[in-house]
Design a protein around this ligand. Structure first.
Ligand SMILES: Nc1ncnc2c1ncn2[C@@H]1O[C@H](COP(=O)(O)OP(=O)(O)OP(=O)(O)O)[C@@H](O)[C@H]1O
Length: 212
């Protein structure tokens, strides 16, 4: 479904962060991505979601290039949700930017009605993260890049977020690229895992499980 082919990306005056990187993500697949800090995981996530343009290579979803405008079929969910919202919009407008999530999903993601009239600065990081994750699930979205989305949550809230997300993802057969430094989390969520190192992707070496 999502196919990235021979991506290359280097920031000015630096060696390539991504060097000839190819990746595919199937409908309904949970794919893990790890790699040391600065390896280029977020850069790859932003390329896949159309936030950055690759200097070489192609990205297609269901055989089509990413659209230049309108709803992006690949949604990048960054670790810091406050960077992806307009601080002058109230939470209701942020949540309903691309669609109106039904009440049962708001409940499943633990979004309280009392938050809707607030500005994002009046929510905790974890609360705003849940708003941003649900916002990204608009009809027409095919893949998510979940970039360290649960690292600021307590363990119970983290579990509830992944459970709520899994229900929607499995029902709609979305593809999810989970970027994390948390090996246990990746092991729990992702049957297949990749590691990014020195600009290259390779299957992760996993302990107690067969690498995919
Ligand atoms: N806009 C930019 N301009 C210049 N260099 C950048 C820019 N964005 C990222 N980099 C550099 O590119 C490299 C990869 O960054 P990236 O954020 O993709 O790494 P990461 O693997 O996601 O790291 P982490 O695990 O710490 O989040 C880093 O060395 C970073 O400093």
């Amino acid at each position: 479904m999502l196919n990235a082919y021979r991506l290359h990306h280097a920031f000015a005056d630096q060696t390539a962060v991504l060097d000839n990187v190819s990746l595919s993500l199937e409908a309904g697949e949970w794919l893990g991505l790890s790699g040391h800090s600065g390896a280029g995981k977020s850069t790859l996530g932003q390329l896949l979601a159309g936030h950055l343009a690759p200097q070489a290579g192609t990205i297609e979803v269901d055989g089509e290039a990413l659209p230049r405008s309108g709803l992006q079929p690949v949604q990048w969910l960054p670790q810091a949700p406050e960077l992806s919202v307009n601080p002058r919009w109230r939470v209701k407008r942020i949540l309903e930017e691309a669609w109106t999530p039904p009440a049962e999903l708001r409940e499943a993601f633990g979004i309280e009605p009392g938050w809707l009239n607030r500005y994002p600065g009046a929510l905790s990081g974890g609360e705003l993260q849940r708003v941003c994750v649900l916002r990204a699930l608009a009809p027409g979205v095919r893949c998510l890049v979940a970039d360290e989305i649960s690292s600021m949550l307590d363990p119970l809230t983290q579990l509830a977020l992944w459970q709520a997300l899994r229900e929607v993802v499995d029902e709609r057969r979305l593809g999810v690229l989970v970027i994390s430094h948390d090996a246990a989390l990746l092991e729990r969520l992702c049957p297949r895992q990749l590691t990014l190192s020195e600009g290259r992707l390779s299957p992760s070496v996993r302990h107690g499980a067969q690498s995919a």
